[in-house]
Design a binder for this molecule. Structure first.
Ligand code: K1U
Ligand code: ZN
Length: 173
């Protein structure tokens, strides 16, 4: 199976607000499988459907996985809803769609998320630490928000300038 391409900033498709999944079809199962494959291949600890060009409210996550020796245990969240967000914490974030950049982002430290799994069952996740951060980061993708939209205007514009310069240099090669 060919790996799905991960869209990169400033691709306008990353800014779209995604639509709910209305039915868990074989296409949705295949999309989730492809997304897990792309996430592990990068590697990453999460991936949202808009990052592979599908404007659907679905993401995959595996924050326990960190190298080839760790067991893979991806979770698929369909139509996620945050039913609790509490506390505050700051975490250094990266994004597979925002190359060559990391920055500290402030988010809720504890979250409860309700979603459907691939069997159409309702699952509730109570998360802290990196998993809580990753859930919020992936859910932001479903609303067309990147972590660079949550940093200072100055830091964001410095990154955008650097990114555009790099893309222009690549185009001139
Ligand atoms: O959404 C994405 O682009 C995936 C992103 C998720 C994320 C990372 C850090 C904080 C919040 C959300 C990534 O996976 S970036 C790569 C990464 O962090 C990582 C990769 C391999 C092992 C450990 C971490
Ligand atoms: Zn991301």
């Amino acid at each position: 199976m060919a790996l799905r391409e991960i869209l990169q900033f400033p691709d306008p498709r990353l800014k779209r607000v995604s639509e709910p999944v209305t039915e868990i079809t074989e296409e949705i199962r295949e999309l989730a499988r492809d997304m897990c494959e792309a996430m592990y291949d990068e590697p990453g600890i999460g991936l949202a459907a808009p990052q592979v060009g599908e404007a659907l409210r679905l993401f995959v996550i595996d924050t326990e996985w960190n190298d080839e020796d760790t067991e893979r245990n991806a979770e698929v969240l369909i139509n996620p809803e945050f039913i609790k967000k509490e506390g505050k914490t700051t975490w250094e974030e990266g994004c597979l769609s925002v190359p060559d950049y990391t920055a500290e982002v402030e988010r809720a430290s504890e979250v409860t998320v309700r979603a459907l799994n691939l069997e159409g069952e309702e699952v509730t996740y109570e998360c802290t630490g990196l998993k809580a951060i990753c859930m919020q980061h992936e859910n932001d993708h479903l609303d067309g928000i990147l972590f660079i939209d949550r940093i200072s205007r100055l830091k964001r514009s410095l990154y955008v300038k650097k990114r555009k310069k790099k893309l222009a240099a690549e185009a001139a090669e």
